[in-house]
Design a protein around this ligand. Structure first.
Ligand code: ATR
Length: 271
């Protein structure tokens, strides 16, 4: 039977993951199938079990199921345990389910691909929700000088920073805690979705500063448009999407696909 994989979400209609993984499979010569499945909101575990019974070997998990996926796993990577979320499920030979999160690896890979220096960098992260929690460990592993996490609801940023404090220099604060200049500012809030932008001070970016938005679209997000007006280099999250997919693919198939061709193709489709 052909090995089957899928992405679970709700809604899932516009997911780019099937096209990305089909391209990876063709490029690496892997025999596999990858589909999008809209799981019911009240029974994610049932949807995973049903998929496994039909030959499913692994899955990506997106909004709103990353925490449900975390809960059903028999084993978790250290990173997923700390993140409290899973975006990749792997079915082991013994029938147990293992979970990992590849969003942060995808983000760091995309930053490297764009020649963004992380070691000793001052990094500001906007937002303290699930999206941010999922990327902090790989970012801290790059040994930045400091990561400051700021959030509209200050307590969430402070609590989140405490959860990751053992891994490196990280501090949490409210939006009014933004001070000085940053080499890299990452927008991990969902404000862009609503065409919104948290209030940010001018002169936020150090010389050569970079703005990264985890969101993407045909047009620059509100955050990137603002950052570019401030003189920063702007990068959107399309490369992170492809990067997390490549890392999941490697967990399943043991081969790491190249991302550049797929990324160019997706970019041209956005126009
Ligand atoms: P996700 O899984 O995408 O991270 P989430 O856990 O709901 O979603 O978190 C959304 C994040 O975006 C939060 O940090 C939220 O701030 P609050 O914790 O104060 O709610 C942030 N956010 C959403 N809309 C925002 C806006 N208009 N301005 C500032 N921050 C916003």
């Amino acid at each position: 039977m052909t090995d089957r994989y899928c992405v679970f979400g709700h809604p899932i209609g516009h997911s780019k993951s099937p096209a990305i993984h089909a391209a990876f499979a063709a490029e690496t010569g892997q025999q596999m199938e990858y589909v999008a499945i809209e799981a019911p909101l009240d029974d994610f575990a049932g949807a995973w079990r049903a998929f496994v019974s039909k030959g499913g070997r692994g899955a990506n998990v997106t909004v709103p199921f990353k925490q449900d996926a975390w809960q059903l796993c028999d084993q978790l990577s250290d990173q997923a345990r700390r993140a409290g979320a899973v975006n990749t499920l792997v079915l082991h030979e013994d029938g147990t389910t293992w979970g990992d999160t590849t969003d942060g690896v995808g983000l760091v890979a995309d930053l490297r691909r764009n020649d963004v220096m992380l070691e000793a960098a001052r990094i500001l992260v906007l937002g303290a929700g699930g999206a941010v929690r999922g990327v902090l460990e790989p970012l801290l592993a790059e040994k930045p000088r400091q990561i400051k996490v700021v959030n509209r609801t200050a307590e969430k940023a402070i609590e989140l920073a405490q959860d990751f404090a053992a891994l490196g220099a990280i501090e949490g604060a409210g939006l009014d805690g933004i001070d000085g200049q940053y080499d890299l500012v990452i927008n991990g809030t969902s404000a862009s979705l609503a065409g919104d932008l948290p209030p940010l001070p001018d002169s936020l970016f150090a010389d050569g500063g970079v703005a990264y938005d985890m969101m993407y679209g045909a047009e620059p997000t509100v955050f990137l448009a603002w950052a570019q007006r401030q003189g920063a280099r702007g990068i959107d999250g399309l490369g992170m999407l492809v990067g997390q997919a490549a890392a999941s693919f490697e967990l399943w198939r043991g081969v790491r696909p190249a991302v550049d061709g797929v990324l160019d193709e997706l970019r041209s489709q956005l126009q």
